[in-house]
Design a protein around this ligand. Structure first.
Ligand code: HEC
Length: 417
């Protein structure tokens, strides 16, 4: 459950975000980074940056709980630290989450908390679509999900009943504690609170949880993910839950067959899933492209200009123009008269898209076509058509509007975050 924590941390964060722009500055170190612990003292050397993740509304799902969680979700502040060696880039991410969620043993309706780190496969000022790339411009995604390893068998003298673990030593029907509490009390100091059977079970649980699910994908848009074999896109990761926060580490080579991060500036986007809020697939929190500044930023002037562009238009006028031109299809902010499923909900677009992307979406809707409408549930309102193998948006181009109207709308949508 992320929301409650956010209401409090959100306020503190609002003050912080004024203090510094969102960029990540890794600390150069000589130490070996693969295998670095979540609480390694080396992290103290790295500068902490705040990156905000926003509910991703632009992909749609049949899962009503998940949709509701996204629609009611609040921005999620993530603290990011980075280290770089001659060969590897390491990221440390910390974010609030009220509950630890582990995928259920044999259940399909419980999800583990997870995070992902996304890089453009080709690093240039022409950024892939933030939602997992777009046709011709792929993104690389490293995903880690907590405790979705292979389910271990129950100890032979124990069984699960209505979510509680029952071991024979206790006598018929006596409950020894819920499975959930076992998952939450993996720490060694708590072991003596339980009997031997429970300790043995905890060991199994730990093995199960340690066998975390981690995968690398290459994608050219939501729903086009291709999973890569282990040796391609290899990365090291771990995550630990403590004091209402997740702390996670991800380490990857600066350079491999997939991507070359040995550059002055590398854009990265971060995602988090809250298992407790039906979080999986597209039901997630997502940041915009954020620069990791590894060298002289001026060497990537064009990319930095895109990432740091400030709006010049008038927000209030932009809102009026947007209501007149866009609200028949899109829902955004307070303006929710459009039919559901006509077009992506733009309520958090300013937190995830660059100004350039918003501008391009208005002037050239076909340039990046956002897929992900639910074909089965809403056949009547597809977001795009396919013409000779090319995706064509059903959104008209607004290139007939005066440039000042466009820039006002860009400023308005940029403010939606
Ligand atoms: C006729 C319906 C319609 C109208 C009117 C319309 N759009 Fe769209 N828009 C869509 C559809 C459908 C998509 C998804 C397909 C695509 O990517 O083009 C979309 C996509 C977008 C996206 C990309 C969303 C994302 O998730 O990245 C943006 C930004 C956008 N529209 C802005 C606007 C703005 C601003 C206006 C008004 C000037 C507008 N749209 C008017 C239908 C519409």
């Amino acid at each position: 459950m992320m929301r409650k924590t956010l209401l409090t941390t959100g306020l503190i964060f609002a003050a912080l975000s004024l203090a510094h722009a969102e960029s990540i500055a890794p600390k150069k170190v000589s130490e070996q980074l693969v295998g670095i612990a979540v609480d390694a003292p080396l992290w103290d050397k790295a500068q902490a940056s705040e990156v905000t993740l926003y509910p991703q509304l632009t992909t749609v799902s049949l899962d009503l709980d998940g949709q509701k969680a996204m629609q009611e979700g609040e921005p999620l502040p993530m603290t990011v630290r980075a280290l770089v060696s001659d060969t590897h880039l390491a990221l440390h991410m910390s974010w609030p989450d009220e509950t630890l969620s582990v995928a259920g043993m044999d259940e399909t309706n419980r999800y583990g908390d997870a995070f992902a780190v996304q890089f453009p496969q080709r690093i240039s000022a022409d950024l892939p679509y933030i939602g997992m790339g777009h046709a011709g411009n792929p993104a690389i995604i490293h995903l880690k999900r907590y405790g979705q390893g292979v389910a271990q068998p129950m100890p032979s003298n124990c069984r699960e009943e209505e979510g509680a673990l029952i071991c024979s030593r206790y006598g018929a029907g006596q409950k020894a504690g819920s499975v959930e509490s076992v998952a939450l009390t993996l720490d060694a100091p708590n072991l003596n609170l339980y009997n031997e059977e429970l300790a043995a079970y905890q060991k199994l649980q730990r093995a199960r949880v340690d066998a975390d699910y981690q995968r690398t994908f290459v994608a050219e848009g939501f729903g086009t993910t291709t999973e890569l074999r282990k040796q391609n896109g290899a990365f090291y990761s771990s995550m630990r839950y403590e004091d209402g926060h997740w702390n996670a580490v991800l380490v990857r080579s600066l350079k491999d067959d997939l991507v070359n991060l040995d550059r002055a500036v590398v854009p990265v986007a971060l995602a988090a899933w809250d298992g407790d809020q039906a979080g999986r697939d597209g039901i997630k929190w997502l940041s915009g492209w954020t620069p990791v500044v590894l060298g002289e930023a001026s060497r990537e002037a064009k990319l930095m200009a895109i990432l740091n562009e400030e709006p010049t238009g008038d927000i209030e006028r932009g809102e009026a123009t947007a209501v007149a031109n866009c609200a028949s299809c899109h829902r955004f902010g307070e303006h929710r008269m459009a039919m559901e499923m006509m077009a992506p909900d733009l309520s958090w677009i300013g937190g995830q898209a660059t100004l350039e992307y918003i501008r391009e979406s208005i002037l050239e809707p076909h340039a990046v076509v956002v897929t992900g409408y639910n074909q089965h549930a809403h056949r009547a309102t597809p977001w795009y058509n396919e013409v000779e193998g090319q995706l064509r948006s059903t959104m008209p181009a607004f290139d007939f509007l005066p440039e000042s109207d466009i820039e006002d709308m860009v400023a308005y949508f940029h403010s939606l975050k």
